[in-house]
Design a protein around this ligand. Structure first.
Ligand code: ADP
Ligand code: MG
Length: 158
């Protein structure tokens, strides 16, 4: 299974797609979220994090750079690197611990961390399309491809 493109008409559709992503990943992997300010990266992250059963707020980690979540045995790290000036700062944050392979990492503005981030299993590019959003999913490697294959069963041709 290679990539997948879909259209999500509104915020609710974005949140439900997020919860399907949560299910297929089972809480392990790395997802890059690309798209301009206001594209919907944080909204999709909120859907994913709630999909694991998190009930509190999911705020944009613009100032903290990363926000950790723990639900049952699932760990999610939600990054927003928009304000990162030097990717080397990630080293000082102890970023390696976040990428120990036992968590799901969602990364907004991954290009700001170039050279200091692991390869993603999946890159999701979000763009405005009509009143909603178009999402392009580009997997890398077996894990990302199997996620896309599972998602395509429900979301292709929509
Ligand atoms: P980003 O994190 O990419 O800057 P946000 O998720 O913070 O973007 O904000 C996106 C805005 O777009 C929010 O107002 C949200 O309600 C809206 N939105 C998110 N997904 C969709 C969608 N599929 N269709 C229409 N509007 C959406
Ligand atoms: Mg955001």
């Amino acid at each position: 299974m290679s990539g997948l493109t879909l259209h999500l008409a509104n915020e609710d559709a974005m949140l439900s797609f997020g919860s399907r992503i949560a299910q297929v990943t089972e809480g392990l992997g790395v997802i890059f979220l690309e798209g301009d300010l206001g594209a919907g990266k944080t909204t999709l992250s909120r859907g994913i994090i709630r999909g694991f059963g998190h009930v509190g707020a999911v705020k944009s980690p613009t100032f903290t750079l990363v926000e950790p979540y723990e639900v049952d045995k699932i760990r999610v790290y939600h990054f927003d690197l928009y304000r990162l000036i030097d990717p080397e700062e990630l080293e000082y944050m102890g970023i390696r611990d976040y990428f120990d392979g036992g968590a799901l990492c969602l990364i907004e503005w991954p290009q700001k961390g170039a050279g200091f981030l692991p390869k993603p299993d999946l890159t999701i590019t979000i763009a405005p399309h009509m009143d909603g959003r178009s999402l392009t999913l580009s997997p890398e490697g077996l894990r990302g491809k199997s996620w896309c294959a599972a998602l395509a069963l429900e979301y292709s041709n929509k």
